[in-house]
Design a protein around this ligand. Structure first.
Ligand code: CO
Length: 134
């Protein structure tokens, strides 16, 4: 069902210094910050030859990554995003197989203007998974 790795997201306490680490020390191509108020994060995209890294900083008072950063104050890997051909068919199969879909269970529009869903880490080896419509 899952296809390409679309991105790995890393939660960070300070987006500017994280961007500088990726740009200046790791030598990667890094975008300008993109605020995403609907998702409670500001995002920077690191473009790699075979995938992307998203650096996420909390935006607003009830950011979904705030608790993660309280537990991981230096930041850390937050989720992995896999592409799927059909997000509704994938969702229906996952629900049938007993997976827990976060939120309302309906796809929302993610960072790349495509429908996404998040799957609870308890069902997937302790990793928060995002699936994105290809
Ligand atoms: Co993501």
């Amino acid at each position: 069902m899952i296809g390409k790795l679309n991105h790995i997201a890393i939660a960070v306490p300070d987006l500017i210094s994280a961007s500088e680490i990726y740009k200046n020390i790791l030598g990667a191509s890094v975008s300008d910050p993109v605020p995403m108020p609907d998702h409670g994060v500001t995002t920077v995209f690191v473009e790699l030859p075979n995938t992307k890294i998203e650096l996420l900083e909390p935006l607003g008072d009830d950011s979904p990554i705030q608790n993660y950063l309280l537990k991981n104050p230096k930041g850390g890997m937050h989720h992995i995003c896999y592409e799927v051909d059909d997000i509704y068919a994938s969702r229906d199969k996952l629900v049938k197989d007993g997976a827990t879909i976060l939120g309302s269970g309906e796809p929302t529009i993610g960072a790349h203007d495509k429908p996404v869903l998040f799957l609870h880490p308890k069902d997937f080896c302790g990793t928060l998974i995002e699936i994105e419509q290809k």
